[in-house]
Every structure is written in C-alpha cells, then in structure tokens.
Ligand binder design. Sequence first.
Ligand SMILES: Nc1ncnc2c1ncn2[C@@H]1O[C@H](COP(=O)(O)OP(=O)(O)OP(=O)(O)O)[C@@H](O)[C@H]1O
Ligand SMILES: [Mg+2]
Length: 354
Amino acid sequence: MVLNLFKKQSKKQIIALDIGSHSTKIMSIEKEDHLVKDFVVAPTPENVFQDGLISDEESLSSFIGSQIGAMNIEDEFSVILGISGKGMISKKIDVPEIDDHMIPEFVEIEAEQELFYNRDEMELDYQILEGLNFKKPENKSIFVVTVLKSVVKSYNKLLDKNGIQCDVLDTNFGALFNAFEFNYDIEESENYMLLDIGKTTTNLTVVVKKQVIFARNINLGGDFFTSAIQKRMSVDYNMAEDLKISTVKEGEAPQDIVSLIESTLNKQFIEEFISPYELYNGLFPEQPINKLYLAGGGIQTIGLISEIEKFFNCPVKILDPFLKLEFPLELKKHKEDYKRVSSVVTGLALRSLE
Ligand SMILES: Nc1ncnc2c1ncn2[C@@H]1O[C@H](COP(=O)(O)OP(=O)(O)OP(=O)(O)O)[C@@H](O)[C@H]1O
Ligand SMILES: [Mg+2]
C-alpha cells in the first residue's frame, strides 16, 4: 500500500471505502459518464473503534469483507481508503528559500521535530502551498500530512484478511476537498471552510486559493448529543439516539430534549471549534473564512446549523457531493437518503475520474 495523500492516478477500478464510526460508505463511479455504479451505506458494527483506533479487528474485518463481497464486483479492483482521526497529523511548515530538491529532506527533519515521531514511524506526504506568503514571497509554505505506520498497518490488515487489495490511502479531509472541488466552481478569491460532522469526529478543512491549507480533526460529533441525552433522560444509548432524531421530525419532538439541545448542547459543541478556529486565524490572519460548507450526519441536529452560522458569522451551505453525478434508477433513493453522509466516500471514489 502506498500512502498517496494528494491526488494521483490509479488505473484499476476503484472502490472507495469510508469506515465511519456510525456507518460505512462504499462507492464506485463509472469514469466515462460520471455514473455512480455501486453505492452502499451500512451501519458499522458497534464498539469496533475505541478512542479513534480500531479496537475489534475481527468484527470490523468480517463486516467489511461481507459488505464488499455482497457487491458482486466483476472487474479487478482495488480499494481506496479514507482515514481520519488518531494517528494522522497535518501541519503547515514554513521553509526558507532553499532549492526545491532539498525540500523533501527539510520537510522530514521538520516533521520529526514538530511531531515527536521518528521518520521511520510515519508515512509522509506534502504539498507546496501557492500564493500565501505575502510578506515574505521568497519563503515557501508547505502543507505536510503524516500518518503513523502502525495505523496504516491496522487498516491494511482489515483488507488483507479478506484478500482485498488497497492501493491508495487518502485522508478524509483530502476526500472532502475532492468532493467539493468536483461539484462546485471554487473561487480563487474566496476562503472556504468545509466541516464534516460525523458521529465521533468533526473534520475541519480550509480551502484557500483552490488548495487545502489547514485541516484539523475535532474529537466530537453526533455522539456528543446522544450521550448527553442518554445521561439527562437516564435511558440507553439507542433510546437516546431515537429521541435525538425525533426532534427533527415535525410534531414528534419532546420539548425538553429540543430545548436541551438548542439552549445548551449546541453551544457546548461549538465551543470545541474555538481553539482550532483561533489557531487558523493566527496562522493565516490574511485569509479570513467567508464561506462555509457543511457535511456529515451530525449537521441534522436541531438548531446546530444556525448556531454554526452565528459562530463563524458567514453564509453556510450544505455540501452536496452528488451535484454533478448521475445515479441509476435503483440508487436514486440512496442519493436522497445519504447525501449528507457521503461527501468523504464520494471524494474518494472521484479519484477514478482523475
Ligand atoms: N436526524 C438526525 N438528527 C441528528 N443527528 C443525526 C440525525 N441523523 C443522523 N444523525 C447523526 O449523524 C451521525 C452519523 O453521521 P455520519 O454517518 O456522518 O458519521 P460517521 O461518518 O459514521 O462517523 P465518523 O466520521 O465520526 O466516524 C450520528 O451521530 C447520528 O446520530
Ligand atoms: Mg465520517
């Protein structure tokens, strides 16, 4: 498996795999006509992740094997996997004026020093950022991404056990950007923030001058709301999840839960954005965010979008990963049902078009 964090080519049929802590999304896209060929969304078995790392390899591996096995894929294929959370770090590094051929070595040394891992423990990739150093144009800013080899290995094992080949590993924020770039006309002059709020992770990605310049994982998602409801109402987790989801169905909403979410939990949730947002503004003071695109199941939480809009004080839209894709009739319902949760898997699957 080759870590291939930015966009590169692959010739085989690509099956994109986004193993979320709530649901697993699998997709493949036909190159010629931008047609979605396969698209599966299935609940991920419970308790296979702990603190963002795979904790039950056996169950997860047999789940993945059975989901992909049921898809009846005829051609030779390889899987592209999106990873996020633990073990993955992204960072902007400024390098002085040096020859391009010295950049890899410089990046490796800086990464070791800043991240406290040895070079041989990390997979590493980087991209030179264009047009950002207004004050010192001779400097280069480099966006570096590292993934711990131990994490790569644990995902590799999952697929190996099923005899599935995985050629490319991508980051969830890279995939999110891919889905955004494919479907929208990104303006050079706008600074976008993409937020994917899942069950346990929120992916925050900033796009400036048509490139990712900042990415962070926040260890918080829809689970925060469910767990809080569970505690407050003294019910089990599934009951709390049902109660939460009922708040967005008209006429069914228990008022005390609506007000718990709207008056307390949404605000607590947003507080977790303060520090990454301040960090971003400190690193890129000349690039204030002025547009927001949201994805992930968590954005359906009652009142959350308007709270996000207030906090970032800029227009908010929902990222539609399917804008420019065609769906066969039998997948049209999936298209409507799973639009919010499918930005990452779509961004991964779109690599087959590059
Ligand atoms: N109607 C709804 N109202 C509120 N929350 C919802 C609703 N529907 C789904 N969710 C929440 O969305 C979350 C799942 O979203 P998603 O599928 O994007 O997560 P995931 O990708 O599996 O998780 P992660 O990326 O964090 O590992 C769950 O926490 C779920 O409770
Ligand atoms: Mg997710």
